[in-house]
Design a protein around this ligand. Structure first.
Ligand code: CUA
Length: 152
């Protein structure tokens, strides 16, 4: 009988733990990356249909979603190409370590954490080229980690 009680206790503890992890990670603008089993695993990005093929897709009349993967040392896709005068929601994750994602010259700037998806929405105007930078130290190539956002 005691074993059953301890088992039940352990299960409750595990559920509480899982619950707090999920609660802590799913805040505004942050979602989890999940593989086909629903586990959080940044190395399983290929199984997450949003990031298996980093890309830009139209999601509304004038609204585009960009799925971007940061890695040592760059961003994919590169360049990110979006139509002028539109709203673009960037979903950015990492396949290795913590990176930054900054659209140079704008206030779009976020940390990119493996296993999480950072989300920023920007309004783009006339055709222009923006640089992308990583502003979290991520290894030997950090200073050279950059990309492009092309508004066309
Ligand atoms: Cu990526 Cu610094």
């Amino acid at each position: 009988a005691y074993e059953k009680i301890w088992l039940a206790f352990a299960i409750v503890l595990i559920l509480l733990l899982l619950g707090s992890v999920t609660y802590g990670a799913v805040g505004p603008g942050v979602a989890m990356v999940a593989d086909s089993e629903g586990q959080i695993d940044a190395t399983a990005l290929d199984e997450d249909e949003r990031f298996a093929e980093p890309r830009v897709e139209q999601v509304g009349e004038n609204h585009y979603a960009a799925y971007v993967v940061a890695y040592q040392f760059g961003f994919e896709p590169d360049p990110i190409v979006v139509p002028a005068n539109s709203r673009v929601t960037l979903h950015v994750t990492s396949r290795d370590v913590i990176h930054g994602f900054e659209v140079v010259g704008t206030n779009a700037n976020t940390m990119v954490v493996p296993g999480e998806v950072s989300e920023i929405t920007v309004e783009v105007g006339e055709p222009q080229e923006y640089g992308l930078l990583c502003n979290e130290y991520c290894g030997a190539g950090h200073h050279a980690m950059e990309g492009k956002l092309h508004v066309v």
